[in-house]
Design a protein around this ligand. Structure first.
Ligand code: AMP
Length: 192
């Protein structure tokens, strides 16, 4: 299996690049943000709990997202690999993911970390907010809180995988095609 983590702050292009990646490499896309928004849309108790955190730009509790990812991995036993998008976001989530994959006799193959300046992130998210229907993209305070959470809690996840030599940095500013070409180059080198 080829298991990829697409990593980076909110607005760095993970969702956009994921769409291209799943087409080219046939990976199963698991985005915790998408899964949570789907729970909210269905009005489930999990969705209602998650919404109170998401509206403030804070992380949903680890147990909730780890449970969701665990079920999604179990539900897809025959895939070529997973593309994790927006997960793991804490070192506790990274530890849980590593254990979960180990039980399936597999592991993370590569983490690609998109680098984008803070001002560009805010600009992109506010623009996305005009059409995404996401309330957490329309309020600049919530956007800045999400970026703070990334620095304070999520960036450490890259250190976790760096210890295992699994991280490659990607310049995340440029055209979608240029960035996709850099991402593909790293994946192809790893697949060889
Ligand atoms: P995203 O769509 O990845 O930008 O996520 C939107 C929001 O969902 C985040 O601001 C968090 O509140 C929540 N969320 C998504 N993924 C996670 C995760 N792995 N851990 C905790 N909260 C998450």
């Amino acid at each position: 299996m080829f298991n990829l983590i697409l990593f980076g702050p909110p607005g760095s292009g993970k969702g956009t690049q994921s769409e291209n990646l799943i087409k080219k490499y046939g990976l199963k896309h698991l985005s915790t943000g998408d899964l949570l928004r789907s729970e909210i849309k269905q009005g489930t108790p999990l969705g209602m709990e998650a919404k109170s955190f998401m509206d403030k730009g804070q992380l949903v509790p680890n147990e909730v997202v780890i449970g969701m990812i665990s079920s999604a991995v179990d539900a897809n036993p025959k895939v070529a690999g997973f593309l994790f998008d927006g997960f793991p976001r804490t070192t506790a989530q990274a530890d849980a993911l590593d254990k979960l994959l180990e039980l399936k006799k597999t592991s993370i193959s590569l983490m690609l970390a998109l680098e984008v300046s803070e001002e560009e992130l805010v600009k992109r998210l506010l623009k996305r907010g005009q059409t995404s229907g996401r309330s957490d993209d329309t309020n600049e305070n919530v956007i800045r809180e999400r970026i703070n959470v990334y620095h304070n809690e999520t960036s450490a996840v890259a250190e976790h995988y760096r210890k295992f030599n699994k991280v490659e940095m990607i310049e995340g500013e440029g055209s979608i095609d240029e960035i996709f070409a850099s991402i593909s180059k790293e994946i192809d080198a790893k697949l060889k």
